[in-house]
Write a protein of this length. Structure first.
Length: 317
């Protein structure tokens, strides 16, 4: 290499070596884990982990988007869990559910939670059972309170469970039904279970303990096992995940699909009819041409018509 090339190489070394040392001193390689939340089925279903847990004990899980997807009542030995506000439950449906419970079914629901700053809505199911839901802030739920871990006593054969409940919501029991089990906090009852003839109705103030992000904490999984009464007689659990009302079109399609099809055909036929062009349809073919004789005749009329022209001009024309 000549002298110039040596100078260039030396300059690059002088720049790169201190620069590389400074980069290594100021920066370091580090791996950080970021929580992007639940993905896939766990993102769409808040109770997926609870379902998988119960399936390990041989319980068959039937997950439903809404209560309207429950076309027929579960079996007399099944458990129906509704962790929603149940605004889509009509009084007739509530009575049907209670009749199913009397035949041996087990209904598990939670108290309604009004939106922040709104008044608590009347709960028909709780009224029938003789239970009143109470909230802090004079009947208005301002914000979710700090959860309190309660030592839950089941019975003499099962050890106590540590369960986290939102103590900002509790229940007051004025029911005449037979009380089979209850869980109390400093404010009031967090769980009330009633024996209704051959079945059970379990009312809870909070069901957040069985969600995906909480089922693995404290004794929540074991408590859920106890709540749904897993034994030889209860082997199927129905979970209603949402209480969103379906669209009007989906209800009409479900009830009268033939009418929807006929109406759609009529609309398409009408659109086809009104989009036709108005007036007669133009006939195809070439237009008739003038004869040579007519061209010669009218060419002769042309110069005669222009009488104001001079004679030389007429001759030219």
């Amino acid at each position: 290499m000549n002298r110039r090339e040596w100078i260039i190489v030396l300059a690059l070394v002088i720049l790169l070596v201190p620069g590389g040392w400074l980069f290594l001193e100021k920066f370091e390689y580090r791996v950080e884990e970021q929580n992007h939340g639940f993905q896939g089925d766990a993102r769409r279903n808040d109770y997926l982990a609870a379902e998988r847990f119960l399936e390990r004990f041989g319980m068959h899980i039937k997950s439903l988007p809404t209560i309207l997807d429950l076309k027929e009542m579960p079996g007399s030995d099944d458990v129906l869990l509704i962790p929603t506000d149940r605004y889509d439950l009509a009084p007739e449906k509530i009575e049907e559910l209670l009749q199913w419970v009397r035949k041996g079914g087990h209904l598990v629901v939670r108290a309604r939670r009004p939106s922040a700053g709104t008044q608590a809505a009347d709960d028909r199911l709780f009224e029938v059972m003789g239970v009143e839901t109470r909230y802090k802030k004079g009947g208005r739920l301002v914000a979710r309170e700090e959860n309190a871990v309660i030592d839950v006593q089941v019975n003499d054969r099962i050890e106590n469970k540590s369960v986290s409940f939102d103590t900002g919501v509790w229940m007051a029991n004025t029911s005449a039904h037979e009380l089979a089990w209850k869980v109390d906090s400093d404010n009031g009852s967090q769980l009330l279970e009633f024996a209704l003839e051959d079945g059970f109705v379990t009312l809870l103030s909070d069901l957040a303990f069985m969600k995906n992000d909480a089922i693995d904490k404290h004794d929540h999984a074991a408590f859920l096992y106890t709540v749904v009464h897993i034994d030889n007689s209860h082997r199927r659990l129905w979970i209603v995940r949402h209480d969103d009302m379906p669209s009007l079109f989906s209800i009409i399609w479900e009830k009268i699909p033939q009418t929807v099809v006929i109406f759609s055909i009529l609309v398409m036929t009408w659109l086809w009819y009104v989009t036709r062009r108005f007036g007669p349809v133009l006939q195809g073919g070439r237009h008739a041409r003038r004869s040579l004789r007519e061209h010669i005749t009218y060419s002769g009329y042309y110069p005669v018509s222009y009488t104001h022209l001079t004679l030389p001009t007429k001759r030219i024309v």
